[in-house]
Design a protein around this ligand. Structure first.
Ligand SMILES: NC(=O)c1ccc[n+]([C@@H]2O[C@H](COP(=O)([O-])OP(=O)(O)OC[C@H]3O[C@@H](n4cnc5c(N)ncnc54)[C@H](OP(=O)(O)O)[C@@H]3O)[C@@H](O)[C@H]2O)c1
Length: 180
């Protein structure tokens, strides 16, 4: 059975992933900003010994290193960068009106934090021997989709697509060199 780390596991897609993996018998390291208020996750952990709840706030990089320290030596087979934000209100991320501070926040959470998380848990994934890193993106980040949607959200998802593509190429190259 696999060990799966999921960010933003207290609600939405992250919570459903946590539920799905633990229903299959996998171990889930369910991360959320505030475990004290993550009631659904607490119930899941209460009824399933393979679910651990951990604090992780992507806006606070120190919490990423703290959790990496806590999980040192533990194998992670699947890392799911799921947590994400929309950024500014939809009316405030367009050509007509842009909340630049909100855009920077969306970029920090949606584009930069997934790389920080991948870097922090790379040793755990390597320990698996077949570790997989997954980042939940959005079709809104696709260059081919020309819907006039929020600039900040769309740009942050396009950026994380590129970041993860670069990381995947680098990791594949490193593996090729190691196997020679
Ligand atoms: N729903 C869709 O239709 C859809 C479509 C395409 C892509 N996506 C992507 O799928 C992912 C999950 O979407 P969702 O619909 O499940 O979103 P959601 O219901 O809004 O949940 C977002 C999750 O991210 C967490 N989060 C936000 N900021 C965080 C931070 N600073 N540190 C740690 N966790 C943080 C939230 O925690 P809190 O509860 O503490 O806020 C929550 O657990 C996102 O990356 C989203 O962009 C969603």
């Amino acid at each position: 059975m696999a060990t799966v780390l999921i960010t933003g596991a207290n609600r939405g897609i992250g919570f459903e992933l946590a539920r799905g993996y633990c229903a299959r018998g996998d171990s889930v390291l369910a991360c959320c900003r505030n475990p004290a208020t993550a009631n659904a996750l607490a119930d899941l952990a209460e009824s399933n010994a393979h679910v651990e709840v951990h604090a992780l706030d992507l806006a606070k990089p120190a919490t990423i290193s703290k959790l990496a320290g806590t999980l040192t030596g533990r194998t992670i087979d699947v890392l799911i960068n799921n947590a994400g934000i929309q950024g500014p209100a939809m009316g405030e991320q367009s050509l007509a009106k842009m909340d630049y501070e909100g855009w920077a926040e969306a970029f920090a959470i949606n584009s930069m934090a997934p790389l920080r998380v991948l870097q922090a848990f790379l040793p755990n994934l390597k320990a698996s021997g077949m570790g997989k890193a997954i980042t939940i993106t959005s079709q809104m980040g696709a260059m081919a989709l020309d819907w006039p949607m929020g600039y900040a959200y769309c740009a942050s998802k396009a950026a994380v697509n590129k970041v993860m593509r670069l990381a995947s190429v680098e990791l594949a190259t490193r593996r090729k060199w190691r196997s020679r």
